[in-house]
Design a protein around this ligand. Sequence first.
Ligand code: CTP
Length: 446
Amino acid sequence: MKKVITYGTFDLLHQGHINLLRRAKELGDWLIVGVTTDNFDLERGKLNTSDNVMKRIDAVRATGLADEVIIEEYRGQKIDDIHKYGVDIFAIGSDWEGYFDYLKEFCEVVYLPRTEGISSTMLREEQAKIRIGIIGTGGIARRFVPESTHVNSIAISGAYNPDRAECEAFCRELDIPLCAGSLEELYASCNAVYVASPHYTHYEYAKSALNAGKHVLCETPLVLEKAQAEELFALARKKKLVLMMAHKTAYCPAFGHLVTLLQSGAIGDIVDIKAATTTITDLSSEKMDSARFGGSMNENACFPLLPIFHLLGTDVRDTMFIAQMKGGVDIYTKVIMLFDHASASFEVGLGAKTEGSMVVSGTKGYAYVPAPWWKTDFFELRYEDQNLNKKCFYPFAGEGLRYEIKEFASAALAEGYFYTKLPEKEIIAMAGIQEAFNRKHNLKTL
Ligand code: CTP
């Protein structure tokens, strides 16, 4: 019996896929189809699939052309499968011409003609879209635009900055269709807004966008006062809109799995968390301007507060701040937090640098995440018996913003219930800690 194998994502199964499967089947007597898992696609940086793996497998089965369906879940699996299933022919579309020649050592390789004029990408483009208007055209927005192209269902509709010349340069550079002269003009072009302006302006812009009926993805920190955060979430709820914090760490694969592993008891009960996020910044930059709520706590505290609130909850018994001040802002701050059953401490700095790792200590072992832990693709679980240590690796594609953008798009498209990895309660608690610092509560300065 001649066995043929082929692989694909088979998202939104279309005629091109069916033709390919038919041609592959005609090459032999038994057709095996490998469908990529969601995790494997994520690892390869393909974040744009619409259907999950179960749906894609069902669609391949429903063609009636596959004699056997398997899942493809790791790089290098094709060679293993050829041996395992005794495959005679590996077949794939001609868009891969030459790419799989290395398999010729193991079986015959056939590139089949691809059907013109159709692809999953084309079909995805016809689906519902989140049109995002960008407010603020600085460094983070510049990174956001190219990252958004990796996410399905997203289009950037326009940008707004009160500084018209800056906005025009931004739109020209990034090929954005509309350089809006006013917020109203921007809102008319979009159904969602990404707030990437200086953080002291977040509250006003987020509120204005929600009032205009737009979903909002807002850079960190959302706001610097607890009451403002509560007000914005209440408004979003009333308007049935998504309000999300653009916190890239919260949505990246390594951090997500670290949290669920620790919540499943991988290191026993958590007793302490230590984390630091320092990024040396030009002292004359806006980030250091005391009149504009600059400084290390306002700029960076949302990063270490993320694992702390995720893993220890938001019921903080006490917090103490020790800040090194210069020109009216903290260039480096150490924070000690007390919870009912655990402690936490973190350092943030814009004018001083320290080791940017994170350690979560538990009754059975600890998790170590090397610097920069807030954009990591790796962590290690360590135990008294070193034989039990486990190193875990994950994808972290590009700037890592694509994960939060994907989450935002899914939430906005869900039009109702959606699960968010960074709950409202934690964002409000972050604003509470930053407010306590700005109000000099338990603050010692140096
Ligand atoms: N294929 C084809 N003709 C098309 C589209 C896909 O023959 N018009 C083939 C591919 O060459 C591959 C298989 O179908 O052998 C599965 O491809 P897949 O990547 O899942 O489909 P695409 O539509 O190309 O997906 P995307 O647009 O996401 O790249």
